[in-house]
Design a binder for this molecule. Structure first.
Ligand code: ADP
Ligand code: MG
Ligand code: MG
Length: 909
């Protein structure tokens, strides 16, 4: 019997209130395709079309063009026929032509990262038919010149040759505008447009050596393949790497009937948001342009108008435009086309309720009819993200768990960055104002080119407008300032996505790339001059403005309170000073998971005693030096214990190789020799004796305490005495003494016994006791494997995943910079394992260590300290491995608290 194998479709259709796909199929259809399908199904007017799946993109990357075209040819042709029958037009027809757009769309939105071609299907004959049919020659030729421009750029590689060059098509247009003495694209006459089409085709022929393709089907396949290729283009690769999106996701291709916003004054196009993407305020907002198509709004070619009356009034106030001028020249869509506005307003409401999240939508008005072209969960700043989640909760659109899951943990980071100091802001000299495109405070030196953003430690990228090529520089700069473009310009959208401070559309700025100057009125600023941006008000300020620490308040505090309600795993902090401890406590740290003691020895007065200790030849000499260190170390611990009153504080005994403490410069070596009354030669010999071939695997960690027990004794004494001293003052502290770098059971036992003996002695001396724990770090693979035996004597484990990663992979942390970036680029590794815990490999050791440890001591306290303790996916892993806590740097504490709650919630879903 023949087995019928079901063939999975490679093409999914949508249109006319139905669709093959839906919004849950983002991985297969891409975000754009899935949402076009969903909108179509729920009755939103979407031009009909179809989506070629992301899997085809992956097949393309494996098998190449010919094989893939062969595979999908039939489905694509049938789907075009379907659009034709729905639209009543025919692809390539000379009288009643169908034109389509070819749009990319990955599973996550990558704004502007990939390429789109509009008006495809056009040629010298079709343009005549379209002009005749619509009785609008201007429109037909405008569409034709746009098509050649986009197809030329995206498919035929007609791009600027270098960064100083302008786009070859723009250049031709600029020339013509100059010749004709006009400013805007909309001012071109029909003859101008015809000339442009001719000149564009000529430019293509000259540059590529081929005629511009006239056959619509050739055009279509060319565009489909170009979209597939754009997934591996520089911009997309950079964006993917920045966000950690794997290369094998691929992009879908959406082919969709064109609707035309460039048919005249009863047509237009725009972008809108159901809430404010910068602040989160619950107001519908957006921008539009009359008689425009596609990217015109985003590209900042003309100044767009506001959709709502409220938005328009707010905009006019910032732009210092009076209301008569506003209603006459820049009316809102609400005022200009009230019927269309009401319809759009209904759709935005429907879509937000449907998706239960803030939506970012694209629309086009074709001769008085509204079409929706895209919706997606809108990108937003960290502040907006927090407010929107809490507002949707209060509006009962979502519940508490959903509200927490709506928050992207890493984006909380933005709310933890400094803000402008209010008193400094009062004195600031505001030189101009633009649109508050993305909130935040930024101070830096002016740079005019994205690829020069790293020229200064703090730079502000100042551009007439930005484009997707500038992405990398925008990411490096502290803030972005543009002279053109609105709230939905490329700069604004990308900046909000990055959580980067941005001011757009500051019309008063004159920017000259050649002379590298920024002129405002009389004043001229140069590359390297300091300016400051207040992204919340749009104020551009001369010079540097002081910043202040942010506070955990308002909706942010509400999110944290909710996190604590659902979070089970605790969050501690890594802190080496009372100041860090206080900051972390302010962010909700529930204790200290790691205090490194070595940093305390580097201060001027201490390093000397430390060096004397290291250089001492006898136990007696060493003890003498340690005695000098004892009171200082004790005072440090008192400060930290006090800051963490009532909470557990884990203190790690001395860990780094001693070599790090001795002087390597001749002058300091001489000084030390004099201080210690020994010869310079003796110092030099000792220093070279301490040198190791591989210090990371050398004489460090508990190997120090086991060879020089006096060090452990002194540190234990400092900890226990500090605790007793505070106890006398009525301050409760809970010290946990942690032995680093254990590999064998005996290594731990020797230290543990010494610590307990020392503590006992002090208790007898003082006739008083405190409770304390003795535990160990698990950071050598062998320790994880021996965990059951180690746990017999240890009160707690703390996974030191920095070292554990280093030792499991065999990558030296200090040298990995030479090959890790290449590994990631080549796909040998997906991410840097020192940033994101390698759950697959290193994670096994964490699990084994925890399980074996608890097999002998069921209630063994287990935590993790190290960089991974503040990285969302790693924190989630820690919860799933049954840890009691994670410990991270103070500024990551809120992030870890949120993820702890999210992990607990996800486990119940
Ligand atoms: P991106 O992902 O960069 O936003 P899109 O595929 O959404 O790219 O398209 C770019 C622009 O072209 C958008 O403004 C979009 O609304 C417009 N556009 C895309 N397809 C059509 C179409 N079929 N008719 C009219 N405009 C379209
Ligand atoms: Mg879009
Ligand atoms: Mg370590």
């Amino acid at each position: 019997m023949e087995i019928l194998q079901e063939v999975k479709p490679r093409v999914y259709r949508f249109g006319d209130k139905s669709a093959d796909g839906n919004s849950k199929m983002k991985n297969l259809l891409g975000g754009k395709g899935a949402n076009l399908a969903e909108m179509s199904s729920i009755g939103i007017p979407v031009p009909p079309g179809f989506t070629i799946t992301t899997e085809v993109c992956t097949e393309y990357n494996l098998l190449g063009q010919d094989a893939v075209v062969e595979m999908i040819k039939e489905e694509v042709e049938a789907s075009i026929a379907n659009i034709e029958s729905l639209m009543g037009t025919t692809f390539g027809d000379k009288e009643n032509p169908l034109l389509v757009s070819v749009r990319s769309g990955a599973r996550v939105s990558m704004p502007g990262m990939m390429d789109t071609v509009l008006n495809l299907g056009m040629n010298d004959e079709v343009v005549l038919g379209l002009a005749k049919k619509t009785n609008n020659e201007q429109f037909a030729w405008d569409s034709y010149r746009r098509f050649i421009q986009m197809y030329g750029g995206v498919v035929l590689g007609m791009k600027p040759a270098s960064k100083d060059d302008i786009d070859p098509f723009e250049e031709i247009m600029e020339h013509l505008k100059e010749k004709r003495g006009i400013q805007l694209d909309t001012e071109f006459t029909i003859q101008d447009l015809k000339d442009l089409v001719y000149d564009f085709k000529d430019a293509v022929k000259k540059r590529t050596g081929h005629d511009f393709p006239t056959n619509p089907w050739d055009q279509l396949w060319g565009a489909i393949i170009a979209v597939f290729n754009s997934w591996n283009g520089d911009r997309a690769v950079y964006y993917r790497n920045m966000n950690g999106y794997p290369a094998d996701w691929g992009t879908a291709v959406n082919v969709q009937a064109m609707v035309y916003g460039n048919m005249g004054d009863n047509s237009g196009t725009g972008v809108c948001f159901t809430r404010d993407a910068g602040t989160g305020e619950n107001v519908f907002n957006g921008e539009y342009l009359i008689n425009a198509q596609g990217e015109d709004v985003v590209a900042g070619v003309r100044t767009p108008q506001q959709i709502t009356k409220l938005g328009s009034e707010r905009w006019a106030e910032l732009a210092k435009i009076d209301d008569d001028d506003r209603t006459e020249n820049y009316p809102s869509l609400e005022e200009l086309m009230p019927k269309i506005f009401n319809e759009l307003n209904d759709y935005q409401d429907t879509l937000e309720k449907h998706y239960r999240d803030m939506q970012d939508m694209e629309f086009t008005i074709q001769d008085g009819k509204l079409w929706i072209l895209q919706t997606r969960n809108g990108k937003r700043t960290g502040a907006a993200m927090v407010k929107i989640a809490m507002d949707l909760l209060k509006e009962k659109m979502i519940d508490e768990k959903e509200a927490l899951l709506l928050i992207e943990a890493n984006k909380l980071d933005e709310l933890l960055h400094p803000v402008f100091d209010l008193s400094a802001l009062k004195k600031a000299h505001v030189i101009a104002q633009g649109l508050p495109a993305s909130p935040g405070a930024a101070t830096g030196k002016i740079v005019f080119f994205a690829d020069e953003a790293s020229k200064y430690k703090n730079s502000i990228l100042v551009r007439i407008e930005t484009s997707p090529e500038d992405l990398e520089g925008m990411n490096i700069a502290k803030g972005i300032l543009t002279a053109r473009g609105g709230m939905t310009s490329h700069a604004a959208v990308v900046a909000r996505g990055m959580g980067k401070c941005c001011i757009s559309g500051a019309g008063a700025l004159k920017i000259n790339y050649k002379t590298r100057t920024l002129t405002v009125g009389e004043h001229e600023y140069h590359e390297g001059d300091w300016i400051s941006l207040n992204g919340s008000t749009g104020n551009i300020i001369e010079g540097k403005v002081a910043t202040a620490e942010p506070e955990l308040s308002g909706e942010f505090a509400e999110v944290m309170a909710l996190s604590d309600k659902y979070g089970v795993m605790k969050v501690r902090t890594n802190a080496d000073s009372p100041k860090d401890a206080k900051v972390a406590r302010g962010f909700g740290a529930e204790g200290i998971g790691l205090t490194r003691t070595e940093h305390m020895f580097f201060e001027v007065d201490r390093i000397k005693a430390m060096r004397e200790m290291i250089l001492a030849d006898t136990v007696k000499g060493r003890k003498q030096a340690l005695e000098d260190l004892l009171p200082m170390q004790r005072a440090d611990f008192e400060g930290i214990f006090e800051a963490m009153e009532g909470l557990s504080v884990t203190i790690r005994l001395l860990d780094p190789p001693l070599h790090e403490f001795v002087p390597h410069q001749l002058a300091t070596q001489k000084e030390l020799a004099e201080d210690m009354h020994i010869s310079l030669q003796a110092v030099k010999i000792k220093v070279s004796e301490l040198e190791e071939f591989n210090p990371m695997l050398g004489h460090r960690g508990c190997r120090l305490g086991n060879t020089y027990p006096e060090i452990t004794e002194m540190q234990t004494r400092a900890i226990i005495e500090a605790a007793l001293n505070l106890k006398e003052k009525g301050i409760i502290c809970k010290p946990e003494i942690m032995v680093p770098l254990i590999g064998t059971v005996k290594e731990f036992e020797f230290q543990e016994e010494l610590i307990r003996r020392t503590a006992k002695k002090i208790f007898e001396e003082r006739h008083d006791t405190v409770e304390y724990l003795v535990g160990t770090m698990i950071e050598i693979p062998r320790a994880a494997l021996m965990a059951d035996l180690i746990a017999e004597k240890a009160d707690f484990f703390s996974f030191g995943t920095n070292d554990l990663t280093q030792m499991t992979f065999g990558y030296s942390r200090d040298d990995a910079g030479k090959f890790l970036p290449i590994y990631i680029e080549k796909g040998i590794l997906k991410v840097d394992p020192f940033e994101v815990l390698d759950q697959e490999g290193v994670g096994q050791l964490v699990k084994i260590g925890t399980e074996r440890g608890r097999s002998t001591k069921p209630n063994l306290k287990v935590g993790l300290c190290g960089e991974h303790g503040g990285e969302p996916s790693s924190v989630e892993f820690c919860y799933n491995s049954g840890m009691n806590y994670v410990s991270c740097s103070p500024y990551r504490v809120p992030i870890a608290r949120l993820v702890s709650a999210q992990a607990a919630i996800k486990a119940t879903l």
